[in-house]
Design a protein around this ligand. Structure first.
Ligand code: ATP
Ligand code: MG
Length: 255
């Protein structure tokens, strides 16, 4: 059998007495698209921080391509084939969209000493990436000036500039209007078609239900559901952790 692309074995993160991630076991295979839901404070972002090497685990092991990555520093992850985005839009706001893309292309190469001279091949590659994500018309605009949807798309575009095998997206559509969510769905479905494995966290259930082939629900640091997105709404354990308006949203989105 083919080894999982990503494997988490009894992974945990303790902050004092709080188990933010409490013994998670998970296997992710190449080509899968997985959506992670769960209430605020469930440990979803902390779980991504562990997978992407931003914070050390308190216990357990994480393997990527069958090799333990628990002690590898975060800056080595992109050259290894793992990229991520963040819950709050990141990016260099005083640089233009094109300059942001060039930074990603030059510094994500994995070279210990990237050549800082921007060459025609870098510009060509950057232009191609912007075109792929419909951002060409904003190439010369400072990131501080571009709309929220474009900022979120740019974060994904820079993350995938080096064609990672695994892409982690933390709440990619939070704060977007419904038509903008549709545009993001289209973009992620196109990425999915390219064969990249995508694991994302999302509260917007419509996005999760449309994009994910497999859904996970996290609660108090544990995985309480792992299965088909369509089964979330009828799962008794999941229902018991969603209260009030969140329960209503869950019901509507999964009908
Ligand atoms: N650096 C930290 N120090 C102490 N506690 C932390 C730290 N980071 C996260 N926590 C706590 O860990 C728990 C999980 O937080 P996390 O941000 O992972 O939740 P989440 O599921 O991503 O929530 P949300 O949906 O609101 O983004 C929370 O109780 C949070 O307060
Ligand atoms: Mg979070």
């Amino acid at each position: 059998m083919v080894a999982p692309l990503l494997e988490c074995r009894n992974v945990r993160k303790d902050y004092g007495a709080l188990a933010a991630v409490d013994g998670v076991d998970l296997s992710v295979h190449a080509g899968e698209t997985i959506g992670i839901g769960g209430p605020n404070g469930a440990g979803k972002t902390t779980f991504f921080d562990l997978i992407s090497g931003l914070t050390p685990a308190s216990g357990g092991d994480i393997l990527f391509h069958g090799r333990s990555i628990s002690r590898i520093p975060a800056h080595k992850f992109l050259p290894m084939g793992m990229a991520r985005t963040f819950q709050v839009s990141s990016g260099f706001t005083s640089l233009t969209v094109m300059q942001n893309m060039l930074v990603s292309i030059l510094f994500g190469s994995g070279l210990e000493r990237p050549d800082l001279r921007i060459q025609t091949k870098h510009r060509r590659r950057a232009a191609e990436q912007l075109d792929r994500f419909n951002l060409s018309h904003l190439a010369d605009t400072e990131v501080a000036e571009i709309p929220a949807l474009a900022r979120k798309k740019l974060m994904v575009a820079t993350a995938v500039a080096h064609e990672p095998k695994l892409l982690l997206l933390d709440e990619p559509v939070s704060g977007l209007m419904p038509p903008e969510v549709d545009s993001f769905i289209e973009m992620v479905l196109a990425l999915r078609k390219s064969g990249i494995c995508i694991v994302f966290i999302e509260h917007v259930m419509r996005f999760l239900m449309t994009v994910a082939e497999r859904a996970l629900i996290m609660h108090q640091g544990k995985l309480i559901y792992d299965g088909a997105p369509a089964g979330i709404a009828s799962d008794e354990t999941v229902k018991s952790v969603y209260l009030g308006s969140a329960a209503e949203e869950l019901r509507e989105a999964t009908q």
